[in-house]
Design a protein around this ligand. Structure first.
Ligand code: GLU
Length: 279
């Protein structure tokens, strides 16, 4: 199979040095293996995605010397596809609507309800609700206990990144405790979480290698579970180290000081960016 990777930014802020590292690393890997490099715009969060950030992404990446295949997949144009996958899980009783607000969840965790099993960070308050009770404003959660029972074998993946290299099998206790009943459908009807949309598109775009930051390492366990439930292939993963600022803090989109646009405005060259991120 042709080595195929992607860079999948969300257009919710400027690309910073960490994004440059991710994109350049994935691009270089594709070049070195005569493979394919795709760009995917993960703009399902309509409350935060902005067209001007998307334009800036194209501009910054081409300035860095990165070339990608056309057309670019923009997730906001495929909401139906993600929703269909969610409904496929719902038909198997693996999803339920949830109206809990963050503060309800905090309160329930502080005083667990009798008879409601604790499962990961979400205490399970809405777990017994039927899909038919969904009203606008409800999120959709994965029933992690049932999802694990629906598996015929424990999913696993190969990591070829520096810090977790090897083959990893999903640990059911850990995923219950660390992730639990994850939100897969957001409160806007027909909008899925990025975790779900990425799984669908990685399969659809025949991605063989996912190259991304170590901050998403735990997310991979949820994603391989979703791949197993939806009978989709699991790519190889490469989680790279995060670029940090001088104080050792990981860079965030809010941190405009590290925006590629800022370095460009200050006269840096693409080569300077490569050196700054250690490539
Ligand atoms: N859209 C995600 C982000 O910007 C990246 C997801 C991924 O690479 O799988 O953090």
């Amino acid at each position: 199979m042709t080595f195929t990777t992607r860079f999948a930014p969300s257009p919710t802020g400027p690309l910073h040095l960490g994004h440059a590292y991710s994109a350049l690393l994935a691009y270089d890997m594709a070049q070195a293996r005569a493979g394919r490099f795709l760009l995917r715009i993960e703009d399902t969060d309509t409350s935060r995605a902005r067209p001007e950030w998307e334009t800036q992404i194209y501009d910054d990446l081409s300035w860095l010397g990165i070339r990608w295949e056309a057309p670019v997949l923009r997730q906001s144009q495929h909401l139906q596809r993600y929703n269909d996958a969610l409904m496929q899980l719902a038909a198997r009783g693996l999803i339920y609507p949830c109206s809990c607000k963050r503060r309800d969840i905090r309160a329930a965790l502080a005083a667990p309800q009798e008879g409601v099993a604790q499962s990961g960070p979400y205490p399970g308050t809405c777990r017994a609700r039927a899909m038919s009770s969904r009203i606008p404003g409800d999120a959709l959660r994965l029933n992690m206990g049932r999802a694990l029972m629906a598996l015929t074998a424990l999913p696993s993946f190969t990591e070829d990144g520096p810090s977790h290299a090897g083959h990893h099998t999903l640990d059911p206790d850990r995923i219950q405790n660390d992730i639990g009943d994850a939100v897969l459908g957001r409160k806007e009807i027909e909008t899925v979480s990025y975790v779900m949309a990425a799984v669908i598109d990685d399969a659809r775009q025949n991605i063989t290698h996912v190259v991304r930051g170590q901050d998403l390492y735990q997310t991979t366990f949820l994603q391989i579970l979703l791949q197993a439930l939806l009978a989709l292939p699991t790519p190889i993963y490469h989680h790279h180290a995060l670029i940090r600022d001088e104080a050792g803090k990981r860079l965030a989109k809010r941190d405009d000081a590290r925006a590629i646009a800022k370095y460009r405005a200050d006269g840096a060259s693409p080569g300077d960016i490569r050196r700054l991120v250690g490539l």
